[in-house]
Design a protein around this ligand. Structure first.
Ligand code: NAI
Ligand SMILES: O=C(O)C(=O)C[C@H](O)C(=O)CO
Length: 260
């Protein structure tokens, strides 16, 4: 089989959280372009539908589910319903995530901490348990891709409120441990750790804090923020047969930011 054939995803189905915009949208589009049908979960019907339309433009099926994946009970229900209606899924991308900015740990309220853990970590656990767990019965196994962050490896600059780092470090640990458990059944579980990409949350941050963003960018050896499109090919590789021997990996994509 050629290298290009090994990267094709025809006949597979992707379930992705937070696919309407930003990094999730780019990964969903790339995976659809490689041949997979897609179910997108998010909160904003309009932007979700825009991404779904773009996916249909590749000749693939796309379904949208509106819901808050940061509410554990809702997340569980969304996954069970999606599995029953559209499953089984061969590919899962746990992409949803968020953070509190500029709230130092000593002032961070417990419910803010809990909100970020639910959004970033508990959603990853529940989707992996339900959507990923169903892959264990598939003859060809499956692929779980967790969008963590370099903030799971180092402290973010001037962000504060370290619930984000704690949740992303836990996503990496959860990735590695689940990968070990599920390798015998051919279900791989890998984590992506992006550095700085100019998606909507960072655009908002840049507007309010231009000097922080400038110093952040100056610290990236590649000299600039990442382009969200660069996540697409990596996601296709991790979703495909080409990556079948890679599991439990933590793949950093940060323009060299963590090298210094
Ligand atoms: N942009 C960056 O520089 C980096 C981003 N990341 C991670 O990448 C992931 C995506 O980030 P971005 O694309 O920048 O964010 P974004 O805010 O542009 O996109 C997030 C997506 O998730 C959806 N979403 C957010 N909360 C949700 C909820 N409670 N329920 C359902 N859907 C929800 C949004 O509708 C949107 O589609 C996050 O996990 C983030 O932590 C990691 C490292 C760097
Ligand atoms: O959302 C994130 O995660 C980031 O933007 C991580 C950044 O690269 C960062 O904060 C590095 O200091």
């Amino acid at each position: 089989m050629s290298i290009w054939d090994r990267l094709r995803l025809d006949g597979r189905k992707l379930f992705i959280t937070g696919g309407s915009r930003g990094l999730g949208r780019e990964m969903a589009l790339a995976i659809a372009e490689a041949g997979a049908d897609v179910v997108l979960v998010g909160r904003d019907a309009e932007s979700l539908e825009r991404t779904a339309e773009d996916i249909r433009g590749f000749g693939r099926n796309a379904h949208t589910i509106i819901g808050d994946i940061g509410q554990p009970e809702q997340a569980e229900q969304i996954c069970r319903d999606a599995l029953a209606e559209h499953g089984p899924f061969e590919i899962l991308i746990n992409n949803v995530g968020g953070r509190r900015i500029n709230v130092p740990t000593e002032e961070l309220p417990l419910d803010d901490w809990q909100t970020i853990l639910d959004l970033n970590l508990t959603s990853t656990f529940l989707c992996t348990k339900i959507i990923g767990g169903a892959m264990l019965k598939l003859p060809g196994g499956g692929r779980v891709i967790n969008n963590a962050s370099i903030s799971g490896m180092i402290a973010s600059r001037n962000i504060g409120g370290r619930s984000y780092e704690a949740s992303k470090a836990a996503v990496i640990a959860f990735t590695r441990a689940t990968a070990a458990d599920w390798a015998p059944q051919g279900v791989t579980v890998n984590a992506i750790c992006p550095g700085g990409f100019m998606t909507e949350p960072n655009q908002r941050w840049a507007k309010d804090n231009p000097s922080v963003i400038e110093s952040f960018e100056a610290a990236i050896p590649a000299g600039k923020f990442g382009d969200p499109e660069d996540l697409g090919p990596l996601a296709v590789y991790l979703a495909s047969d080409a990556s079948r021997y890679m599991t439990g990996a933590t793949l950093v994509i940060d323009g060299g930011y963590t090298l210094w």
